[in-house]
Design a protein around this ligand. Structure first.
Ligand SMILES: [Zn+2]
Length: 353
């Protein structure tokens, strides 16, 4: 594409974006109020699936976008990818700092390599990195773009919701964690340490909701739907507290480098409790048998409470006093005492004498 038509296309897109993003000022969004915060239902976005090649005017980033699109369409055909096609029409990728807020961000957060501006649909690159790192960074930001919706004052990005008018935010780090989890599993196909704790929380929640369902909710930017799904197993206030606690812990950790272990454990314990309720319901509805119940409770509730996030590739061997759990993915084994409380009490009795 030559320079003039390139510019013409960009202008046309900017105009299109204005129309698409701003129509529904008076649209009544279904909402849920929890402890004073309103969570909005995610509206449908109209967009046709099309060959992404007609959006490719990003020069050095085109290859990354093509690879992203291929992997997205390959792995998430069961999800609604309308937001991706819709936002690709108008996205801008900037690798130069053009405003003061971005400059401050670049100076203050030296380990932030890029970020996505939901309101304006801009991917802003802050630090130049190796080609391999650039792929990982852009895939992450493109996932944010693929789950972005803007309806009047309400901005959605995956499980994150922001109301510009009231300045209320929720789900930022559940969203970051899940975004990075998908990035590592399906796009860069590699483990990296980015958002590790947030990723652990998101993964443990995905285990309750189910992989397919969680992915569908994510691409629909449907925090409302996620809460409804978890409400089958606990009160909405408890879910709200969990999501806020994740935000609080992660904000302290990622923004101020402070690791509040007590809160980390509380979050794991909250997720474990929801999962326990789910397993009890599954057992009573005969969706799982006693054996599977015992195993899943051990692996995904009791173990989680002890800070252990087991993979899906797990083998459990039962012995008289303990279970031997082997995680084949992490090449690790550990014991789980069947009755740790009794064990400790006996210990105490001995030391008292
Ligand atoms: Zn992000």
């Amino acid at each position: 594409m030559d320079q003039t038509s390139n510019l013409a296309k960009k202008l046309q897109n900017k105009f299109l974006q204005k129309i698409l993003d701003n129509i529904p000022e008076n649209l009544k969004l279904e909402q849920k109020e929890i402890i004073g915060t309103i969570i909005y239902k995610s509206p449908d976005v109209e967009a046709e699936k099309y060959n992404i090649s007609r959006c490719l005017f990003f020069d050095k980033y085109n290859d990354i976008i093509i690879e992203f699109t291929t992997k997205l369409e390959e792995n998430f055909s069961h999800c609604n990818l309308s937001s991706f096609y819709h936002n690709m029409e108008t996205v801008e990728i900037k690798d130069k700092v053009e405003d003061l807020t971005t400059l401050i961000k670049k100076i203050l957060f030296q380990d932030v390599y890029a970020f996505y501006k939901i309101e304006k649909n801009i991917i802003q690159i802050l630090q130049k990195k190796s080609q391999k790192k650039l792929y990982a960074i852009l895939f992450h930001e493109l996932l944010h773009l693929s789950t972005r919706k803007k309806i009047g004052n309400i901005q959605y990005s995956g499980f994150y919701q922001y109301n510009k008018k009231t300045n209320s935010k929720i789900g930022k780090y559940l969203n970051e964690g899940y975004t990075e989890d998908l990035n590592q599993k399906y796009f860069i196909k590699n483990d990296r340490n980015t958002y590790k704790q947030a990723k652990n929380f998101a993964r443990a929640i995905e285990r309750i909701v189910g992989v397919k369902k969680m992915q569908e909710l994510y691409f629909d930017s449907d925090l409302y739907g996620l809460i409804e799904e978890l409400e089958k197993y606990c009160r909405k206030e408890a879910i709200f507290n969990l999501i806020n606690k994740i935000d609080y812990y992660c904000e302290q950790y990622y923004m101020h480098g402070y690791n509040n272990n007590k809160i980390y454990e509380e979050i794991l314990s909250m997720i474990a409790n929801i999962h326990r309720n789910k397993l009890l319901i599954d057992l009573s509805e005969k969706k799982i048998d006693e054996e599977e119940y015992k195993k899943k409770k051990l692996l995904y509730c009791d173990d989680l409470e002890n800070g252990r996030l087991n993979s899906d590739n797990i083998e459990v061997e039962e012995y008289q006093e303990y279970y031997l759990i082997t995680d084949k993915e992490a090449h690790e084994s550990h014991f789980y005492m069947k009755n740790p409380l009794e064990y400790k009490t006996n210990d105490l009795k001995i030391s008292k004498k």
